[in-house]
Ligand binder design. Structure first.
Ligand SMILES: *Cc1c(COP(=O)(O)O)cnc(C)c1O
Length: 386
């Protein structure tokens, strides 16, 4: 972090390239160009062609690098483009150990696309260090985790997993979408690569799709820069600008998101229609202590189970303020039904085995007034009674 500030609340506004180097405008402009003029052949130039590099995208890449305290940042056209770029680091015969309730799209990419080129995976309960140890064979090249996971909010010990990975010469990759660098910085805990669906909290306004990656060393940076330029799924200048704009309010948004979430999680534990609440900010959560150690708080994602006297379809239909939609992390509160939406790509048998049941509701708590959210949630639960 810079010598003029120490805190993330300041970094989200001033880190990276906080002013345009040419005019000192306080926002880096949208360099809406595909190419850059050159003075002559065979001279060193900074900007060449916008797939390789664009100043607006670069400002964003510098910003996320600083926030995650890494070596180099990369911006992609979506979270999945970021994830596939990272997984392109692996080759035929390599295998990844994967958190068992990893994001559905990540599972689908490995199961249905990368399986064609012979990249293998094994789903493991990464909250259990012994289970990871058992899964490590000579073909395993990386451990890929999400913490908290989606949608069950399981907590994996980033420091312990990174140490185990190092012992075996493996990379540790962390999908930090649910926490953002404001709440959790995996590279400072020993991970090698951190990635994001910036579509969620980093963008924060449900108005763009983007992905970010930060790596912790020059070797990975060089490989990923090569992949980013070769595959070409880069983020455009306008979306890069929007994302920088979104990140400026990350700290204030997340403070409100997480205040609301803790209050709502406590309310849900007291609601008789709710049989289980998954929220890592509750002391009753099995991962509470590890999460306290590695993150600022429990984040703003909650999942809960309705009892069998309530109907989930009626619940979703009864909501008036909170919107039923895919995605999360925007200022507005959203709920989803993981079994039929975000995790539909996972076969039912595996879904039930890992706990993504029919009556599971995922809630992305927004920054609206808490009383308004509480009222809408409570009336919808009341009206969902069979
Ligand atoms: C949404 C999401 C992704 C995929 O990102 P897109 O921007 O939708 O491509 C990956 N990981 C997690 C945890 C997500 O929530």
């Amino acid at each position: 972090m810079s010598h003029v500030y120490k805190n993330l609340e300041t970094a989200v506004i001033h880190a990276g390239i906080s002013k345009d180097p040419f005019t000192k405008s306080v926002n880096v402009p949208i360099y809406q160009t595909s190419t850059f003029g050159q003075d002559n052949i065979r001279v060193q130039i900074e900007w060449e062609y916008a797939r390789t590099g664009n100043p607006t995208r670069f400002a964003l890449e510098e910003l996320i690098k600083d926030l995650e305290q890494g070596y180099k940042g990369f911006a992609f056209a979506s979270g999945m483009a970021a994830i596939s770029a990272v997984l392109t680091l692996f080759k035929t015969g390599d295998k990844l150990v994967l958190s068992s309730n990893v994001y559905g799209g990540t599972y689908r990419l490995l199961d249905k696309v990368l399986s064609h080129v012979g990249i293998k995976y094994e789903l493991v309960d990464t909250t259990d260090l012994e289970a990871i140890k058992k899964a490590i064979t000579p073909e395993v090249k990386a451990i890929y985790i999400e913490t908290p996971t989606n949608p069950l909010l399981d907590i994996t010990d980033i420091k312990a997993v990174s140490a185990l990975a190092k012992e075996h010469g493996l990379l540790t990759i962390v999908d930090n979408t649910f926490m953002t660098p404001y709440l959790q910085r995996p590279l400072t805990l020993g991970a090698d690569i951190v990635l994001h669906s910036a579509t969620k909290y980093l963008g924060g306004h449900s108005d763009l799709v983007a992905g970010l990656v930060v790596v912790n060393n020059a070797d990975l940076a060089q490989k990923l820069a090569f992949i980013q330029n070769s595959v070409g799924a880069v983020l455009g200048p306008f979306d890069s600008f929007l994302l920088i704009r979104g990140i400026k309010t990350l700290a204030v948004r997340l403070d409100r998101h997480t205040d609301n979430a803790l209050k709502i999680a406590l309310d849900l534990t007291l609601n008789k229609a709710v049989t289980k609440v998954y929220y890592p900010g509750l002391k009753s959560h099995p991962g509470f202590e590890i999460n306290q150690k590695q993150a600022k708080n429990g984040g703003a994602m909650i999942s809960f189970l309705l009892d069998d006297k309530h109907d989930v379809r009626k619940f979703y239909a009864s909501l008036k303020l909170i919107t039923l939609a895919e995605s999360l992390g925007g200022v507005e509160s959203l709920v989803c039904h993981p079994a039929s939406m975000t995790h539909a790509a996972i076969p039912e048998e595996i879904r039930n085995h890992i706990g993504i049941k029919e009556n599971l509701i995922r809630f992305s708590v927004g920054i609206e007034n808490y009383e308004d959210l509480k009222a809408d949630l409570e009336q919808a639960i009341e009206n969902s009674r069979i």
